[in-house]
Design a protein around this ligand. Sequence first.
Ligand SMILES: [Zn+2]
Ligand SMILES: [Zn+2]
Length: 78
Amino acid sequence: MPKCPKCNKEVYFAERKTSLGKDWHPGCLKCTKCNKTLAPGSHAEHEGQPYCNKPCYSALFGPGGYGHGGTESHTFKH
Ligand SMILES: [Zn+2]
Ligand SMILES: [Zn+2]
């Protein structure tokens, strides 16, 4: 029985969601940052943690993040 990488409990075949090469509970495959429920195969990943593509992954790790400056990621504050 595979174990869910999020909660470390066993995942039953009928309920598992396979993504990132691992088996997740449907309620455990969520964006690490914003907690949005993710669809297997259509989300981003960083160091084994699932993230939604937008806005979280592109904001955190994407090329340039917000804006078009590329290296201006430290100018986030309003
Ligand atoms: Zn789980
Ligand atoms: Zn997110």
